[in-house]
Design a protein around this ligand. Sequence first.
Ligand SMILES: [Fe+2]
Length: 246
Amino acid sequence: MYHVPRRYAILGDVHANLVALEAVLADCREQGVTNYACVGDLVGYNAQPIPCLDRIRELCGPNVVVGNHDFVCSRPDPLLGFHPLAKAVVLWTREQLDSERAEYLRSLPETRTVETFMMVHATLDDPLSWGYVFDKLEAEVSFSYQMAPVCFYGHSHVPTAFEKAGIVRGGLYRNLLITPGRKYLINVGSVGQPRDGDPRAAYAIYDLAANTVELRRIPYDIAAAQKLIRDAGLPEQAAARLAQGR
Ligand SMILES: [Fe+2]
């Protein structure tokens, strides 16, 4: 029987930026992506939470994990420790979400295993404490809870990858070859609000047959996304930072 090789697009931190998401999805189609998965934060920061949520839900099916913005935007709890900018958009997003979509966000799991890989938004050691993995020490802690050879994550909006082969090595990446017997913890960057100084949308393609992970950077109409933020009356800083990739 003919078997189509599976090429997964791993999307993360879409953050309600539909202009960026559509540009990424157009690239996915050109790149022959066959499956979709999302490491969370569908909403927050930008102005189009509903269509972004609907697109991710439709494309990814069960391959979605919860992000901290998905978590707080779908619950009425007080916002402790949130940056004022993020907080303003969380309060606005709560008003946009109807009860059915809020329930969808509340139903998302903390971690998920898809075929040969795991997904988590922040860290595997304590997914709902929303810690960050920027360096090797932080990666080492998460690795000790990683059962699958590959785990994709998000949250920092910085595309970094770590490899554990005895010691842990890692940093920024573009192309990875997954070597059997080693473990990989791979941040796919952010579709909707990159923070590594490159304003282009980021996502990764995991080719299960070739055992490769490729980071993709996709230009999109940043001015259009900024106009939507300003038209919605959201904080100017949320619009300005898109052009800086910070
Ligand atoms: Fe995020």
